[in-house]
Design a protein around this ligand. Sequence first.
Ligand SMILES: C[S@@+](CC[C@H](N)C(=O)[O-])C[C@H]1O[C@@H](n2cnc3c(N)ncnc32)[C@H](O)[C@@H]1O
Length: 462
Amino acid sequence: MTEPKRYFDTTINHLDHKGNGQAVVWRENEQGNPKKLKLNVPLTLPGEEVHVQVDRPTKKRSRAHVTEFLKTNSERVEAPCPHFEICGGCVWQHWSYSGQLNHKTDYVKRQLEEQGFNAALVKNTIGAETPWNYRNKMEFTFSPEGNMGLHEQGNFRKVFDMKTCLIAGNDMVEAALEVSKWAKEHELPGYLKDEHEGLLRHLMVRQSFATGEIMLALVATDRPDGKLKDQVDNLVQRITEKYPNVKSLLWLVNTLWADSIQAEETFVLAGRDFIYDELAGFRYRLWWNTFFQTNPKQAEKLVELALEVGKPQADETMFDLFCGVGTFSLPFAKKVKSLAGVEIVESSIESAKRNATENDVHNTYFLANNARNGIDEVREQFGQPDLLLVDPPRSGAGGKVMRRIGRAQPKRIVYISCNPESFASDITELTPFGYELVTVQPVDLFPHTVHVELVSLLELKK
Ligand SMILES: C[S@@+](CC[C@H](N)C(=O)[O-])C[C@H]1O[C@@H](n2cnc3c(N)ncnc32)[C@H](O)[C@@H]1O
């Protein structure tokens, strides 16, 4: 039997939702008939002509690696991070920032067009002034070999030994690297998922760019006392001496198989159990599990844009669905008569209430409930809203919530989305209730990644 052909010349015709180049080649099957082979070619850009080696040439779809670039995209640039190509964090450092922004605008337009909306309503994506060191929160993983870093691209089981991260805040990366050094010096074993063995699982680090305060939360399978006492004392000493901005050093115990950042017990090793942050002129307390915007500079633009398109009025009643700790609720509440926020995570609602009081905002009501039931509950209490803001997670609000929004008949709806696909599908639900899409403004909160955020306005037709 002859070996199937593995090497092909091809052209990248588009990028998939993970940012990888897509191409099609033709191969011959065993009977000598032509068969289509779809290729997923990482680290390529639209229009590039490449010579590739295919992993599994007998499949319908396969991953392929570039062995030679025959023609490159004029927007291709040198990626500055030494971990690029291995790290699963950024996929587009090899693309000029303007190229990324144009692509994001086109992507939003395409999603809306596919659902029958007018793509001309989509404005050009607002980029970041500095597309580096923008993230205020990172979650690193410890590997069984004792490395601390991010997962490798396309391989969730492998973690590489991180030396730097160009998209995260510098101070928090330095403090995180000190924890990595500490773990190595004490030879503390990283966690082995399959065997459910080992000690260190994750390190969550967050930093406020406004106050400078840093939180380090180490997730481990054991408590920080007993046999670990000496090592933990050493960690506390080196962090508090070298990094005075670390105002919260936490140890979270997670003995469960589920490998997410969660805690059965929380130990405060140094400082408090929260840090202070500020956004758009408001002060927030953030605990280790509080959702907060991860690119605060660009998030401020989201708040400004939401206020600009939503035009809140002093005599209006407003609902904020998926309100989190009140990032949008507080600035809007300053401008309306009353505001009711709904959010599923109880600790975020507790935080939203405290944030409102601490920021001298006294016309808010926050309800811990899912958006679907919560909207009915706040309608019973406050009646029909004039203005409604909705900012759901990536999966979108879903038909049931959107139809309830439609039935509530607010005059204006500000929809903030981190996923244009679920956004486009969600807003189709509003058309039968008389809503019209007025404007869509994409904002880049995550440079060098495929993600794009947007602020939109829908109005009830007269
Ligand atoms: C994209 S975040 C937005 C949070 C907030 N607007 C902000 O900017 O900080 C989405 C929020 O929806 C919350 N959430 C997720 N599912 C929910 C549901 N079914 N009902 C209500 N809130 C939900 C999450 O806990 C999270 O706080």
